[in-house]
Design a protein around this ligand. Structure first.
Ligand code: GAL
Length: 672
């Protein structure tokens, strides 16, 4: 086993610069100066690697890999399936995707191949095996970057048939499928599997079970394609380590399933820092949620495979990062369990849609460019921390349930708020409340092993599988603390409403029973008042107000207006050795800090023992505690000063925390 290191680098696309040896030489020099130790190579290089069918041209890549290796830069070698050469699309149109409207796309763009096409799979196999045979055992190749940002769906005939086969395998008989989908509705019973078509705007889009299973199938088929790519490499290099880059709150692939098939989870982060509607702390929370999710899908350190060192080219307002924020974002990644911080991309492209997307090296090619200087500074910080932090895992404390099937069913439910249920906001409210109390958070799904957690939070767990309800019940019985919100335990795994009392199988655990739910217009709120000492005197519910009856639980907050005044808005119930809280509505952000102060007391402890100043985020990895200042101002801690946007790292020493590293501010001004 090699010693873990913090990886630092970028996507590297030298195929765009092969006619500029001066640029390629400068790349190596600047990489060394910035402490770059890894690059993701050749992600979109298929046309250069195979300019005509069967004519492979890998020599240029061999030279690049050798030069990088000599400079101490390892390679995360890409399979180039994210975009294909034009000759392939012309000769084999089946590789091109068909949309839900049943129209096949033209050649162009990227991330748009059919995951089922045997021709595409064969072409990918031949290419991946060329790469694996030539470079798979090169000492510089430390990781395989399988494709790029897998996503989207194809509705071609090959995919339709694969979908039907997948359904047959799942349900066995058409009668079982019709029952599971409640297909009697509008007389939509399927006489046979052959009748089934994927959802379409001009066809079926009201059978929720069909839509849910289509989402599951697309996720399955995408992962199946990824496994195909992986196995093409492993046939030649069995020990090859593979990863793939996941995306921000991406809906189309269940990343818990995907993560089981790879060695390393990675994701691409493009937060809109500095947007006027959000504080930096809020943007950091949103990004932190994703870091924690990607850590959790494998339960091990991850890489941030892409982020942008300055402005992107594609955000509505492609704003740059203020001096210091790029470093802060890199350190935040490490604080949440990241072992790699990489950018898109190494060098700014000269043309096409990404020419104004920032990169570590800008069009001016200068090393006194502000972005390069900040990147170089981050590189030296990561180098300094690498020996202590790399490979260090995180303890299980609190978990938030984030389950793809639940999300798919919840957001397709048609009611009670078709304008948006606010699921992501709800998740972030709980996450932020926990983080503001210094609590480390991981995410679980309904298949996860929940042992080891002390607190489980289940926001809007609309689709609650009976086996998971049983796990939650046992968790509370054995001393765990559970938080369940409104709109939970409503349907089963095929999206059929439970009959009888809800939240299904949890009414006794929670000590409440749902009566009804009222949807609010955007501007509407409902006042709630406290009936305990620990929570704010008043707070307001919005989005959805669930009305429940107390059946053993104690109310902590109650509604104070509308026809449901007096009904519980927050409750707690003792069950077995543990406790279960119920939150009936979506409160304002400020409410969740005191709420979780109450819930966490004696259950989970803050990773920072003292008072956490506003805007400071605390995270821990093993014995290390990170404090990140998201403010553009100095913050004081007992004996240390934290510079604007800076991070401090402490190491546990018995009951004490010793300051290991305190970052200086990154100061930069255009005025000399
Ligand atoms: C990512 C993609 C990269 C690059 C980047 C630009 O989604 O993986 O190839 O296009 O966006 O921000």
């Amino acid at each position: 086993m090699s010693t873990p290191v913090l990886r630092y680098g970028a996507d590297y696309n030298p195929d765009q610069w092969l006619d500029r040896p001066d640029i390629l030489a400068q790349d190596i020099e600047l990489m060394k100066k910035a402490n770059v130790n890894v690059v993701s190579l050749g992600i979109f290089a298929w046309a250069t690697l195979e300019p005509a069918e069967g004519q492979y041209n890998l020599d240029w890549m061999a030279e690049i890999i050798d030069n990088l290796y000599a400079a101490g830069v390892s390679v995360d070698l890409a399979t180039p399936s994210g975009a294909r050469p034009a000759w392939m699309a012309r000769k084999y149109p089946e590789v091109l995707r068909v949309g839900a409207d049943r129209r096949r796309i033209l050649f162009g763009e990227r991330h748009n191949h059919c995951y089922t096409s045997p021709v595409y799979r064969e072409k990918v196999k031949l290419m991946n095996q060329q790469l694996a045979s030539r470079f798979g055992r090169h000492p510089g190749v430390v990781m395989w970057h399988i494709s790029n940002e897998y996503g989207g769906e194809c509705h071609c005939e090959l995919c339709q048939q694969a979908f039907r086969d997948w359904l047959k395998e799942k349900y066995g008989t058409i009668e079982a499928l019709n029952k599971a989908w409640n297909a009697k509705f509008w007389s939509h019973d399927y006489p046979d599997f052959d009748y089934i078509e994927s959802p379409a705007p001009h066809g079926e889009h009201s059978v929720h079970g069909l839509k849910l299973d289509w989402k599951r199938f697309v996720s399955h088929q995408t992962i199946d394609f990824m496994k195909w790519e992986r196995d093409c490499i492993r046939e030649i290099v069995p020990e090859a380590k593979v990863c793939t880059n996941m995306m921000y709150f991406y809906d189309g692939v269940d990343y818990f399933d995907m993560a089981r098939e790879i060695d390393l989870a990675t994701w691409d982060a493009y937060p809109t820092w500095h947007k006027p509607t959000e504080t930096i702390e809020q943007t950091a929370m949103d990004t932190g949620f994703m870091h924690d999710l990607i850590y959790s899908v494998k339960g091990q350190p991850f890489w941030l495979m892409e982020n942008c060192p300055g402005p992107t080219n594609w955000q509505p307002i492609s704003k740059g990062k203020k001096p210091g924020v790029n470093i802060m974002a890199g350190m935040q990644t490490v604080a949440h369990g990241g072992d790699g911080v990489l950018f898109f991309q190494w060098r700014q492209a000269q043309g096409s849609s990404e020419k104004f997307h920032a990169a570590m090296v800008s069009h001016d090619c200068r090393e006194d460019n502000r972005i390069y200087m900040e990147c170089a500074e981050l590189g030296s910080m990561l180098k300094e921390l690498s020996g202590s932090i790399a490979g260090v895992g995180r303890e299980k404390q609190a978990a938030i349930v984030y389950d793809w099937s639940n999300k798919w069913a919840l957001e397709d439910a048609q009611g009670p708020r078709n304008k948006g249920l606010g699921y992501k906001h709800e998740l972030l409210r709980h996450y932020t409340g926990l983080k503001q109390n210094g609590i480390d958070v991981q995410m679980i799904n309904e298949d996860s092993d929940i042992s080891g957690y002390k607190l489980i939070v289940a926001p809007m767990l609309y689709m609650l599988r009976e086996d998971f309800a049983a796990k939650l019940r046992a968790f509370v019985e054995n001393g765990g603390t559970l938080v369940v919100t409104y709109w939970s335990g409503v349907v089963n795994e095929t999206d059929l409403c439970y009959l009888g009392d809800t939240p299904h199988d949890l009414t006794d655990v929670l000590g409440v029973r749902r009566l009804e739910i009222d949807a609010m217009y955007d501007s509407e709120t409902r006042r709630c008042v406290s009936v305990c000492d620990e929570l704010p005197e008043t707070a307001s519910g919005s989005m959805l107000c669930e009305v429940a009856a107390l059946e053993g639980a104690k109310a902590l907050m109650v509604y104070d207006e509308d026809y449901f005044a007096g009904a519980p808005a927050v409750t707690v119930n003792a069950f077995g050795e543990g406790k279960a809280y119920y939150v009936a509505t979506h409160f304002e952000e400020e409410f969740y800090k005191p709420l979780y102060e109450l819930i966490c007391d004696g259950v989970v402890s803050s990773c920072w023992p003292g008072h956490l100043a506003e805007g400071v985020v605390a995270c821990s990895r093993g014995d290390y505690v990170f404090l990140i200042n998201t403010k553009d101002a100095v913050v004081w801690f007992e004996n240390a000063e934290l510079a604007p946007y800076a991070t401090a790292v402490y190491k546990k020493n018995g009951d004490k925390l010793d300051l290991l590293y305190n970052q200086m501010a990154f100061n930069w001004s255009p005025v000399k």
